[in-house]
Design a protein around this ligand. Structure first.
Ligand code: ASP
Length: 439
């Protein structure tokens, strides 16, 4: 039995935090593969090393003097090395980095040095073997993650070591250039390593004790989620729950490896388990609520739309031609509504409208802005009657006008569209009815 443990930036922001991480790893001999992020913020106004690297490289790219910016980054690592009492020196690494910055190695390369250097420190501190992610994690020529090649090379490499540190966030392209995942991507690396090493658990250590039922910026001190399925989580993270990178579930999900979100600052907390399937009922009918503001709806009307084959395709083609992805498409008999992100849509609005007219010849198009979408997610909804009724009466009591309702046939979620201004009130009303009054 073995585990992959990934530690986020705040868990590795200082020597103090590194020591907590060391204690956690040493407390369980199954914790054999470690995936570190770059040092994050030590305090609220602090800057993450990744952001320092982007800023430093931007200077290098413009041909400006970046020596002070690079020295500041080096100082962050030196503080950790000294605080841990290690005799490690990163001088030669920083010489290479400086030369590569001068040679304009790219901002991905620059950003990746955050985890690369932290990985070297972590390996030295733990006495584990360091594996450079660029040699074992691959992207294809289009920049997409290459699962097959990675599984093969990384799987074979991990077999050669009992204990490893694989830095998060990056890999390499076929030409050997470093490429990073999107921000927060060390979560994905952890999942990739867990899959390749075929471990039993992927522990993802962060600075909160797992997922909360709802965003704590909206509800004070909400309850945590003990167990959530991959599918539920997918719905919630797509809608804005941010504890884990939304792509991190895919590699482990295919292998049925559970993810346990844990808190470095409160290791005794159980955290959240993310699993493929469970017979464990969630405490409430709903597992979580998440949402986002800033959507626009384009309402398209045409008489007898229901009998016109290909109408929907033509409408969506107008969005495709303008490079806009749609979020939801609820439809009626003679109407179809397309929800899109307002900021993406705004500057292409009239092009899209013209394209819909040209392609689908509708009777009328109406646009409404400043909408929010709220997802109410829960595996328990399937087997409980009246969930929708309770939800809607709670919103009616809170005086909220529901603009859109979308329930997938999986009955795993109900998506609601409301006006941006009603967003917080709606979420509070939903939390009240399902969690506080435990209905
Ligand atoms: N260090 C990277 C970031 O700040 C990746 C990560 O922490 O997962 O986005």
């Amino acid at each position: 039995m073995s585990k992959v443990v990934k530690f986020g930036g705040s868990s590795l922001a200082s020597a103090e935090q590194f020591k907590k991480v060391g204690n956690i790893i040493r407390a369980d001999k199954e914790r054999v593969h470690v995936v570190p992020s770059a040092p994050g913020k030590r305090y609220k106004e602090d800057t993450k090393v990744t952001d320092m690297l982007y800023a430093c490289y931007a200077l290098a790219d413009k041909g400006e003097d970046f020596s002070k910016a690079l020295a500041d980054i080096k100082a962050r690592y030196q503080e950790i090395i000294d605080g841990l009492g290690l005799s490690l020196s990163l001088d030669s690494e920083f010489e290479v980095i400086e030369a590569n910055f001068k040679a304009k190695a790219g901002s991905d390369y620059a950003a990746s040095r955050g985890e690369f250097l932290n990985g070297i420190i972590m390996a030295n501190y733990l006495g584990y073997d360091f594996i450079d992610a660029a040699t074992v994690i691959f992207f294809d020529e289009n920049g997409n993650f290459d699962q097959a090649k990675t599984d093969k090379v990384l799987g074979a490499e991990l077999k050669k070591h009992t204990h490893t540190v694989v830095p998060g966030f990056y890999g390499s392209l076929p030409d050997g250039k470093v490429k990073t995942f999107s921000r927060g991507g060390s979560d994905i690396t952890g999942s990739i390593v867990a899959r390749a090493a075929k471990v039993n658990v992927y522990e993802n250590w962060t600075d909160v004790s797992g997922f909360l039922i709802v965003d704590p910026r909206i509800i004070d001190d909400p309850e945590g989620i003990e167990v959530i399925t991959y599918t539920e989580l997918r719905e919630l993270s797509y809608m804005g729950a941010t504890v884990l990178h939304e792509d991190a579930i895919f590699p482990v999900r295919q292998e049925g490896i559970p993810i346990n979100i844990k808190n470095t600052n409160a290791p005794e907390d159980a955290g959240t388990w993310i699993v493929e399937s469970t017979c464990q009922k969630s405490k409430y009918i709903i597992t979580g609520i998440a949402g986002k503001k800033g959507f626009c709806s384009i309402n398209i009307e045409k008489d007898k739309m229901n009998s016109e084959i290909g109408f929907g395709r033509k409408v969506l083609q107008a969005f495709e031609e303008n490079g806009i992805s749609f979020e939801h498409v609820p439809s009626g008999i003679d109407t179809m509504t397309v929800f899109v992100h307002q900021d993406e849509f705004l500057h292409k609005e009239q092009n899209v409208v013209a394209a819909i007219h040209r392609l689908a010849n509708p009777d009328k198009i109406d646009i409404e802005a400043d909408l929010a979408l709220i997802a109410v997610v829960g595996r328990g909804m399937k087997s409980t009657r009246g969930t929708a009724a309770r939800l809607f009466s709670a919103l009616a009591h809170a005086n909220i006008n529901i603009k859109m309702i979308d329930q997938g046939s999986s009955e795993l979620n109900i998506i609601l569209g409301v006006e941006n201004k009603d967003f917080e009130t709606a979420i509070k009303a939903i939390y009240d009815i399902f969690v506080l009054t435990r209905l």
